[in-house]
Design a protein around this ligand. Sequence first.
Ligand code: HEM
Length: 527
Amino acid sequence: MSLCNLVVLIPSIGLVVVLACIGWWIYLRTSSFHITVNRIPGPKSLPFIGNTFEIAGRLEDLFHVLHEKWPQEYGGIYRFFVGTHCYVLVSSPEFMETVLSSQKTIDKGSSYDQLVPWLGQGLLISPGDLWRSRRKMLTPAFHFSILSNFIEVFNEQSRILCGILDAICASFAGGKAEIDVYPYLTKCSLDIICEAAMGTRINAQTEDSDYVNAIYRIGKLLIEQFQNPFMRNPTIFSFTALGREHDQLLKILHGFTENVIQNRRKILDQKVNDESEHGSTGIKNRLPLLDLLLKASNDGKVLSPQDIRNEIDTFMLAGHDTTSSLLGWFLYSMAANPDCQEKVWNELQSTFGDSERYFKQEDISNLKYFECCIKETLRMYPSVPGFERTVVEDIQLGNPNDFPLLLTLIFYSSTGEYLVPAGCTLGFLVFAAHRNPKFFPDPLIFNPERFFPDEAIGRHPYAYVPFSAGPRNCIGQKFALLESKTVLSTLLRRFKFEIAPNAKPPILSDQLTLKSINGIKLLVSRR
Ligand code: HEM
């Protein structure tokens, strides 16, 4: 290209950029969408780029900006832009209630798209009517009477975990081991959900398996993909090494689930034949989820084999990563608050004494302080620190009719009333909400007494939402709590947990669930 051409080209490009910026500036100031969203407080944003630079970078920085810095600067609602897309994030209980209790804001946000190749349209991400019919179909699988069948699995796997920790402690001088407890807890909850959802033992705690390694790896890979905006484009992603690895992992994960489903279908068919000829086969009725799906499938007419696989894969993810997070943060909280650990230990002693017996559902009523410690852990370290919905119809947050019309028009945003227009993504900042000093004074202090019945009276019901709330809340809440109580009580009866003298505080990040980037390293010893 000649010098003469360059002399013409460079100013032309400059002119186009300037004109585009002016056009964008005029659009921002005149479009009703932007006038409406800009009434919501939030950081200043650049044309086309929005606030992308402020949230780019390390996971821990992103977490800090979204859950701590901006809520402190702007309060219970703020907006920002990634490129030209508007996100409105809420942590005020009043706004959470309006949205979460509505049947209109059911569809998930675009951040979940990355999970589609693995989970398809499983319950966690399915939209509108599809979600409604699946939720109705799956709810009976979580009935109280069915959950009690699983307590044996919870106890068995807790014992295996204790055996592993025992052996590790014994290998350290003085019987006190310094370990990152997180991987052990993850494998325990993987074993539990696998048996509960699929009726299959993967022995994640004791054996190496391609399936377990693939589940581990895909969680990390999805975070790597999320961190790179280019990789979020499926076409670009498919040409990268990470994209190819992703496809390999999906082959392993889908292949495993399909195999289990086929085997279970054969067993069920066999069971029906045997029962019609000889009465019950005596096979334990411990597999409501997969059985329920297979029975509901009506030979593929209602649920295709892929639909069933999607639901099972969804439960494998939603049912293990969340619980491991709770187990890990609970042990950390106990180690960091030895007085609370002693109180829980005393309560366990008076319930179990020195007996090695299994945890039973009836024990729960004797373990009130322990239960408050679990609730307080989920307050300070909610396993799901944030989640999203797509706004398909404009939503009014608050009620402007409570205010005189003129006042509302002039001071729209300062009255605390906002309109969130269709097209935005609404995010729920559970972590920020749980650390709001208005509802939880001294929020950084671990204080289980906040959940004593007298203390909790009058607290806004949406100030504490670890399992979300409203129609699209966590379907596995009761399962998760029963599992956690079994595993944690078994661990605390046998072991003491302490913070290692030179341990660095955990670095928080949202990696599908709330995780510590530097693990959860504790000193573990036998009681
Ligand atoms: C401490 C443990 C757990 C926590 C804190 C938790 C929290 C949550 C939250 C906040 C949501 C809503 C997410 C959103 O709207 O995007 C959710 C949804 C869900 N959870 Fe859990 N969860 C836990 C354990 C479990 C377990 C053990 C299972 C399965 C056995 C499970 C299955 C699901 C499913 C399938 C959904 C989607 C429900 C729907 O959209 O209808 N969760 N969970």
